[in-house]
Design a protein around this ligand. Structure first.
Ligand SMILES: Cc1ncc(C[n+]2csc(CCOP(=O)(O)OP(=O)(O)O)c2C)c(N)n1
Ligand code: SF4
Ligand SMILES: [Mg+2]
Length: 300
C-alpha cells in the first residue's frame, strides 16, 4: 500500500459535523487540499453543506457559495463567468453536490452547463440516497436497497450518470473512491488541467443510510471497487475510456454483507445482482477496446 500523494495545507479543518466514520469528510479533505487556495466552492443542500458548516465557522478554507438543490451548475456557471469578467480566469470553481442534487433535482442545470461546456469542476458525493434528510431514495439508489421511501427495496436499477454525461461529449468524467486516495488525487489534478466541464463522482458509503458500523466506510468503499460494483474509470471527450483498477477480485455477496439496507435480499436476488455487475463490467471492457479513436472537436 502506498502513502497518499497530496499535501494537507489545512483547507479542510477539524470541527466539522460529519457523522462519525463518514468518508465524505476524508474525500473533502483530499479534494480541497489538492485544489488549493485559488478556488470557490458552490454547494447545494446536502451532507456536504452540513459538513462544511456555516460562515464564519466553516470547516472549509475557501469561499463557499451555498445555492439551491436545483441550481448548482447554473450558479457555478455564473460565478465562473463573473470571475472571468474580472480577469480571474485561473480561479477554480468547484461544485460539491450530493447524488440527489445531481442525478435528480439539479440534473437540468447540470446537463445544460455540460452542453455549454462551462469551465467547472463538479464533484458528486454519491451516497446513493437523500441522506441528510433522513435517507430517502434517489435515482442513484441501487436495485433492492432499502431506504426510507423504498421500505421493501428499490425496484429499479441505479441511473448510469457516468454514461449519461459521456453522451454529452464532456471533456472529462471519472469515478473515484475514498479507498483509493491516490486515484482521487490524480483525477482531481488531471481535471484541474483541463478546460471545460469536468465531473468526478465519489462513492460515499453512508454510515447512517446504508446501515453500517462506524468503522466500515472505507472497507465498503474498497469492496465496491474490488467487486466491480463501483469500477474506477475515466472517460475523455465522451469516448476515450480508461480503467484505473483493472481486476475484479471480490464478489457482490461480499460487498452486500454488513449493509443493513440489503439485509432482506434472497440468495437468488444476490445472484441476479452479481449477473448485473458482471454484465456492466463486460460492457465496460468492450468500450475500452473501441475507445482509441481520434479526438473530436470540442465546443470551447
Ligand atoms: C427542491 C428541493 N427539494 C427538497 C429539498 C430538501 N432537501 C434538502 S437536502 C436534500 C437531500 C439531498 O440529497 P443529496 O443531494 O443526495 O445529498 P446528501 O444529503 O445525500 O448528501 C433534500 C431532499 C430542497 N432543499 N430543495
Ligand atoms: S448521513 Fe451519511 S453521508 Fe451524510 S454525513 Fe452521515 S454518514 Fe456521511
Ligand atoms: Mg445523497
Amino acid at each position: 500500500m502506498s502513502f497518499p500523494e497530496y499535501q494537507d495545507d489545512g483547507f479542510f479543518t477539524s470541527g466539522h459535523v460529519a457523522c462519525a466514520g463518514c468518508s465524505e469528510a476524508l474525500a473533502l479533505r483530499v479534494i480541497l487540499n489538492t485544489i488549493g487556495s485559488n478556488a470557490i466552492a458552490v454547494v447545494p443542500p446536502s451532507c456536504g453543506a452540513v459538513i462544511c458548516g456555516m460562515h464564519p465557522h466553516s470547516a472549509m478554507g475557501i469561499p463557499v457559495c451555498q445555492t439551491t438543490l436545483e441550481s448548482t451548475a447554473a450558479t457555478a456557471s455564473g460565478v465562473k463567468r463573473a470571475l472571468n469578467a474580472r480577469g480571474k480566469e485561473d480561479t477554480t470553481v468547484i461544485c460539491l453536490a450530493g447524488d440527489g442534487g445531481t442525478y435528480d433535482i439539479g440534473f437540468q442545470a447540470l446537463s445544460s452547463a455540460v452542453e455549454r461546456n462551462e469551465d467547472l469542476l463538479y464533484i458528486c458525493f454519491d451516497n446513493e440516497g437523500y441522506m441528510n434528510t433522513g435517507g430517502q431514495k434517489s435515482s442513484s439508489t441501487p436495485l433492492m436497497a432499502v431506504t426510507g421511501s423504498t421500505p421493501q427495496g428499490k425496484s429499479s436499477r441505479k441511473k448510469n450518470m457516468i454514461e449519461i454525461l459521456a453522451a454529452h461529449d464532456i471533456p472529462y468524467v471519472a469515478t473515484t473512491s475514498p479507498s483509493n486516495i491516490n486515484d482521487m488525487v490524480a483525477k482531481v489534478n488531471k481535471a484541474k488541467e483541463i478546460r471545460g466541464f469536468k465531473f468526478i463522482s465519489v462513492l460515499i458509503p453512508c454510515i447512517a443510510g446504508w446501515g453500517l458500523s462506524d468503522d466500515a466506510g472505507i472497507r465498503l468503499a474498497r469492496l465496491a471497487v474490488e467487486s466491480g460494483v463501483w469500477p474506477l474509470y475515466e472517460i475523455e471527450d465522451g469516448h476515450r475510456y480508461r480503467l484505473n483498477h483493472a481486476s475484479k477480485t471480490a464478489t457482490v455477496a461480499e460487498y452486500l454483507k454488513g449493509q443493513r439496507r440489503y439485509r432482506h435480499v434472497s440468495p437468488e436476488q444476490v445472484e441476479q445482482m452479481q449477473a448485473n455487475v458482471d454484465d456492466d463490467w463486460n460492457r465496460l471492457q468492450q468500450k475500452l477496446v473501441t475507445s482509441e479513436q481520434p479526438i473530436r472537436m470540442q465546443n470551447l
